[in-house]
Design a protein around this ligand. Structure first.
Ligand code: GLC
Length: 572
């Protein structure tokens, strides 16, 4: 693997709508982000990924873009972005934006022109298609957000004319088979990269290749609605490499930019094409833990992940990427519940457990992405009613659960656990009104636990989760350990020990052991190595390096509940 400029960095995802509101309208904005750059710099962040803030009707919170070249007035102006880029540069920080090009908004002028003249040039930018002879949809694909992926083309309801939207009906899919459309996309990417962006996070990109012709690809239904999830079709959509390779050559490569793909379901054999030295992307998110236990039937049927599953998922991905490329590691993002509420068993979500989870994930090989609020241990919200939900995906899953026979209460509990809103509640800055996020009324409710969990309080507390994250970051950046933390091989240790997650990071002349007792009870283990120097210990505050070694007796190490240690070892 060739070394790249971004390998040793730390990345942070901002969900602009919920990060910091500078003008009191209840919606986070770019000036708000600029005002928090010093906070992020102080945390140790180098790369910032902004979820979309382009012009958008916000049907899917900005993942439905109506103008790729402009900023939605609710988030600020294009001049604000120029200032953000400048201010970031001053601080040696890099900005990534979200590249949403599987689809645009139905309010984008391309789609509006397509509706005016479906057989004209812009009609070809989309999948506009006759329905079946009986007037029904061209096939039985389900949209990711529920219901058919086909809707009647606006303005042509009397005709048998449909357009495809794998996501919401306000997100028509762009037709990547059409060269002129691809050219428009590359032009736009280059425009942003020339402006000074360091790169992109690439949204839903695996969907750009469809199984064609669409009328040949109906499948047996996977639910009672007679439809089939889009992932089924993707298995038959061969040849995505052509588009991804072209995009890479024409945009990211000449700019030496960073591109991280939101990609699910890539087979190991295809990984070198995706993230090898000259891959389509610089990196891809590791979603192995995220998708663990998911079910075709819906959230209500998902299996909960245990600490042992979590460990296995992490190790599987580490092995997969070994020698091929460099994954991006996450605990959560804007599409997922809060990681601490998901990966720490119910009732055990203490600051110490949060630190264990943070260390386990952060010290794996790969580029760590912190999602806003993760660094202070923000948790899921407890919903009282489905009326509180904003997220379209959660509303759909609630119906799916109810159709499967769950009561209102049971369905609410299920969707509460997985809801994307959990990650989207406003960032908790202080213990003042609205968690210091806005002086107005926030667009989404604040988690009531902000009085306890907030940045201001944690900055003051040397033992806080926030200061633990700072310590993890400074370990990654410490010249003495950096090579090992960034490039060392990951080797599982005591892999079969229940509720214990441990691994070596093996560098050239150094081995670091990361070990965590993933349960509330103490646990005694026989280590296959000798500890030389403890670098981090979540039972002892958060400063780096301890002279004191952990409790050994008869060659055995006893770890307290949720105790986590990172240490340099002499190997056995
Ligand atoms: C990605 C985004 C998600 C969005 C979807 C459609 O999965 O992360 O938030 O709803 O794509 O753009």
């Amino acid at each position: 693997m060739k070394k790249k400029w971004w390998h040793d960095k730390v990345a942070y995802q901002i969900y602009p709508k919920s990060f910091y509101d500078s003008n009191g309208d209840g919606i986070g904005d770019i000036p708000g982000i600029i005002s928090k750059l010093d906070y992020l710099k102080d945390l140790g962040v180098d790369i910032i990924w902004l979820s979309p803030c382009f012009c958008s009707p916000l049907a899917d919170q900005g993942y439905d873009i109506s103008d790729y070249y402009n900023i939605d007035p609710r988030f600020g102006t294009i001049e604000d972005i120029d200032v953000l880029l400048e201010e970031a540069k001053k601080r040696d920080m890099y900005i990534l934006m979200d590249l949403v090009v599987n689809h645009c908004s139905d309010e984008h002028e391309w789609f509006e022109k397509a509706c005016e003249d479906p057989m004209g040039e812009y009609g070809k930018f989309f999948y506009i298609q006759n329905g079946k002879e009986d007037g029904s949809e061209p096939n039985n694909w389900r949209s990711y957000f529920g219901g058919s992926a086909w809707d009647k083309l606006p303005g042509h309801e009397e005709e048998n004319l449909y357009y495809l939207h794998l996501f919401h009906k306000k997100q028509p899919d762009l037709n990547w088979e059409h060269k002129e459309m691809r050219e428009e996309v590359y032009k736009m990417i280059n425009w942003w990269l020339d402006k000074g962006l360091a790169g992109f996070r690439i949204d839903a990109i695996i969907n750009i290749k469809k199984a064609l012709p669409v009328e040949n690809y109906s499948y047996p239904a996977d639910r009672d609605d007679g439809l089939v999830r889009p992932q089924r079709m993707l298995k038959d959509a061969v040849g995505i490499g052509e588009f991804l390779g072209e995009m890479h050559e024409r945009t990211f490569k000449p700019h030496d930019s960073f591109a991280v793909g939101e990609v699910f379901d890539v087979e190991k054999k295809d990984l070198p094409e995706f993230i090898g030295d000259d891959g389509y992307f610089s990196s891809m998110f590791d979603f192995n833990e995220t998708i663990f236990g998911s079910s075709d039937k819906g959230w209500y049927d998902a299996k909960k992940i245990t600490p042992d599953d979590y460990k296995r998922c992490c190790f599987e991905s580490q092995a997969e990427m070994d020698g091929v490329g460099y994954f991006s590691n996450i605990i959560e993002n804007h599409d997922e519940p809060r990681g601490v509420s998901r990966y720490i068993p119910e009732g055990e979500c203490t600051p110490r457990a949060k630190k264990l989870l943070g260390a386990m994930n952060f010290l794996l090989k790969g580029l760590p992405f912190i999602y806003q609020g993760q660094e202070i241990g923000m948790e899921n919200v407890v919903l009282e009613s489905i009326d509180q939900v904003d997220d379209i995906s959660t509303l759909d899953e609630y119906q799916v659960a109810k159709n499967a026979g769950l009561s209102d209460e049971e369905a609410l509990k299920v969707v509460n656990f997985f809801s994307r809103d959990n990650a989207r509640t406003p960032m908790q800055w202080t213990d003042k009104a609205q968690a210091g996020f806005t002086t107005g009324t926030p667009w989404l409710y604040v988690n009531p636990n902000y009085t306890e969990i907030n940045v201001a309080a944690q900055e003051e507390d040397p033992e806080s989760v926030l200061n633990w994250y700072k310590a993890l970051i400074s370990l990654r950046k410490n010249p003495e350990y950096k090579e090992t933390v960034v490039y060392g091989d990951t080797v599982p240790v005591l892999e079969d020990t229940h509720n214990l997650m441990a691994y070596y990071r093996k560098g050239e002349n150094q081995t670091i052991l990361v070990i965590g007792n993933y349960q509330p009870q103490a646990q005694t283990v026989e280590l296959p190595c000798e500890i030389e120097k403890v670098l981090l210990d979540n039972t002892k505050g958060v400063q780096n390096e301890y002279s004191e070694l952990p409790a050994f007796k008869d060659g055995k190490l006893t770890l307290e509940g949720y105790q986590t240690i990172a240490a340099v070892v002499k190997e056995a």
